[in-house]
Design a protein around this ligand. Structure first.
Ligand code: PLP
Length: 382
């Protein structure tokens, strides 16, 4: 038995097995000829059309399928954008101080130097961004681009409001910096208004947008995409040498979504929302005197601030002995620093395991402390 809050995966219980089987049969019947050909850099036209509709519907702006390049998961889009925008190893990229661990690995791996900007409840802090850019400009070390998770940020769950997005657009324009907005959780939405994406708010070719099918369908399909305007789109697509992304998976996904992109989200999201409630309710019942945590309005993660006197290695040991697993905050810190946070992924965890696992986690936190004092903070961020 394991209570596994470590890995960010979708909910297997709502994976649409029968509908996908039927879609696969139809796709193979109709499109088998195309499986004999290489897809090319842009990929399956039908799926690009559907994803353009998905973006147009959500964002309320017109999106042309020709602005979309399908990729091998959004991770390939993240990497291609980095490769296209950097000039040499050691170039800087700005991102949130806590960001997706896969991006930290990919960007460090291709030689980018990540500069983390502190977050608050509304995402990347623009005052801190302004200060950092001014300092980097003085040192002639301006970054090549800004990478940001504005919606249901991984790991913190924050959403950047429209006003702050406008400020980000302005600051980026002041230094002529491209912005890569990774919106891969954009449709894992539980409640409240959806905030428009930066891509929809600004027509500059410096705006690059990334999304995925991993979080609304399944990561095993390895289908994601990048949206940009020319000349940026060709510049980024020119970085790929893999002959394009999987037409077979794309054809099945296109067939599956042919009746509309939102139906499956409407089935999957309420279940995820209930799991979010179970995690947050469990923390409120068992860890209120210890921790502060996010209550994300979308996405797959709860970000938990621990008392300062918790030794994370000790906590990991104690929790693992109780079969409880989580991701330590250091995995998401741009410099991999030890920080008093953990991330709880709830998408794939059965409800019964959340109900049993959170009290076990709370007890582990209690035992990993060196005092019995109540926590000394009331907010998620300083
Ligand atoms: C913010 C973010 N971007 C990109 C990815 C990569 O997802 P995929 O390549 O499966 O689309 C993830 C996966 O967890 C993520 O959290």
């Amino acid at each position: 038995m394991a209570y596994d809050f470590a890995v960010g995966q979708t909910n297997p219980e709502t994976f649409p097995v029968e509908a996908l089987k039927a879609a696969a049969m139809r796709a193979i019947d109709r499109e088998h000829d195309s499986f004999n050909r290489y897809p090319g850099a842009y990929g399956h036209e039908g799926l690009r059309r559907l994803m353009a509709e998905r973006e147009s519907d959500r964002e309320g702006v017109s999106v042309d399928p020709d602005q979309i390049v399908l990729t091998n998961g959004s991770m390939q889009a993240v990497t291609l954008a980095g490769q296209a925008l950097m000039e040499k190893p050691g170039d800087k990229v700005i991102c949130e101080e806590f960001t997706y661990s896969g991006t930290i690995s990919a960007y460090s791996g291709i030689g980018l130097d990540l500069e983390g900007i502190p977050l608050d409840e509304d995402g990347m802090r623009i005052d801190a961004l302004r200060d950092r850019l001014a300092r980097l400009a003085d040192a002639d070390e301006l970054p090549k681009f800004i990478y940001t998770l504005t919606t249901y940020q991984n790991p913190t769950g924050t959403v950047m409001p429209e006003k702050r997005k406008r400020e980000l657009i302005e600051v980026a324009a002041q230094y002529d910096l491209p912005v890569v907005e990774d919106n891969c959780y954009g449709d894992v939405h539980f409640e409240g208004e959806k905030v428009p994406s930066i891509y929809a708010m600004d027509e500059s070719p410096n705006q690059i947008y990334i999304c995925s099918l991993s979080k609304i369908l399944g990561p095993g399909l390895r289908l994601g995409y990048l949206l940009a305007r020319e000349p940026m789109l060709s510049h980024i697509a020119g970085q790929r040498f893999d002959a394009g992304s999987n037409t077979f998976a794309a054809a099945i996904a296109a067939e599956f979504y042919s009746g509309g992109v939102w139906d499956h989200c409407e089935t999957a999201n309420p279940v995820l929302r209930r799991k979010r409630d179970l995690v947050c309710g469990g923390l409120a019942a068992h860890a209120d005197d210890l921790c502060v945590w996010s209550n994300p309005v979308g996405g797959l993660f709860v970000w938990v601030r621990l008392p300062d006197d918790v030794d994370i290695d000790r906590l990991t040991g104690i929790a693992n002995d109780r079969e409880v697993f989580f991701a330590p905050g250091s995995s998401f810190h741009v410099k991999r620093e030890t920080v008093p946070y953990i991330r709880l992924a709830f998408g794939h965890v059965p409800e019964a395991d959340i109900i049993e696992g959170i009290p076990r986690l709370a007890q582990s936190i209690r035992e990993a402390r060196t005092s019995n004092e109540a926590r000394a903070f009331t907010t998620l961020f300083d």
